[in-house]
Design a protein around this ligand. Sequence first.
Ligand code: GLU
Length: 300
Amino acid sequence: MRWKSVLRIGAAVSAVALISTACGEQQSIGGGGEQAPEPEVAQDTQFEAGTTMAELSEAGRIRIGTKFDQPLFGQRTLDGELVGFDTEIGRIIAGGLGIAPESIEWTEAPSAQREDLIERGDVDMVIATYTINDARKERVSFAGPYYEAGQTLMVRSDNTDITGPEALRASGARVCSVTGSTPSENIREYIDEGQLTLFDTYSQCRDALGNGQVDAVTTDNVILLGYVADSDGAFKLVGDPFTEEPYGIGITKGDVTFCEFINEQLTQAQQSGAYAAAWEATAGEAAEETPALPELAPCS
Ligand code: GLU
């Protein structure tokens, strides 16, 4: 565990700074590198009867939706382990409920399925590079934000035509993103309809970029950064982030008590250094700066 990170708490880093630090570095981050610290598992927890916390802690298990194919935030390794900053945040929250990491049931939560998974009650929460926005708040509630990302572009390293979103229309570039994601909507102002290819997951876009079917992949900088770091120099990020993507933890709409509990866990993790340690063992492998926990939004 790298406790030097604790000294850096408070040094908030913008998504722009994060990328300018990390861009161009070639590192292998395959399966998660440094072992994340074991989260603290609360003992003798007492929660008010009828709350989601009481239900979960009594059941002794929690179901969390996350990404399975996004290095740095949520990736399933060959031996079935889930690694990444999102999954570490999940372990921290489970720990606050008295639930040990091995009692978490992970479910894959592709972008377009996140609200459905929560509404159907298939998962207790979704932690999956999940941007908080008003359209989604119609269907689910969000705790957090616990991280601020920003949308950008990934291209093949030998591409010099695509320098940012403004270059996409003129160059006729074929652009890939994911169904049900905010980047797939945001990119439309920069391209014509026929330029956009949508898949279910970002790893499918990454593969399409690798084999020349598309010329660019667009989504959040930290997602693309994971693919760049794993690409052995084949891919690079271009341009500055051009949107704001505050990551929230999706839960059943209107569960204010659970949202407040999660926010309390996030605040404690920031204070104890667990948030920084989780970052450094995961996303911090490719991005130098350790962010501070963003200001939390009121629960509703
Ligand atoms: N943060 C964006 C979103 O929630 C893009 C990443 C993703 O699709 O998971 O739509």
